[in-house]
Ligand binder design. Sequence first.
Ligand SMILES: [Zn+2]
Ligand SMILES: [Zn+2]
Length: 207
Amino acid sequence: MSDMWNERMRLIRFRRKHERTRFREELRIIPKWLVWTCIALYVLALIIGLSVNLHNFGTHDGVFPDDSLRNQPFLSCLGLGGVITAVAFVFSVLFWTLGYVYRDAKRRGMNPALWTILVLILSGGYFFIGLIIYLLVREPLPFTCPQCAATVSARYNFCPNCKYNLHPACAHCQREVADTDKFCPYCATELTPSKSPSVPAAGDSAT
Ligand SMILES: [Zn+2]
Ligand SMILES: [Zn+2]
């Protein structure tokens, strides 16, 4: 259990260190058809709502919000448009969030359906709690091996293609260091280049 926890924390640290997510680029993950469906439904609701409302001014049917605005069609339509816009906005953001989670979980090798349902359920009571939990615990994206450019999972310790040490550790204190570090930032031990397999071997020999 604590091993699983440590591994999870290690992956989260790894993701925070290596992933620079930009909001605009993240938005592109949302499926285009979902974006356009929401926009089309919004426009449709606006057209239907406003034309029914305008039509009712001619007849004696009820207008938005009630008969107090019967002699002010512009205000009535403005209010109705505002209500439709607000409702459409809330639902669109919810659907786009779910679309994002589905695609993002998929590219990170997580279970997309499970996470989408989880975020949906948690969004019911507290909007965005599910999304925040997802963003905190999601797996790191697969990345390319710095040596051979093969796609590797962040869970790998070594590249399966070229044996490159993907998570170089300090031979002295065993803490993870960056590829480019010349000295361990924790204990100042001089680091040998990570390409030499002696660094991980020294770390693993303790077990
Ligand atoms: Zn490699
Ligand atoms: Zn060290």
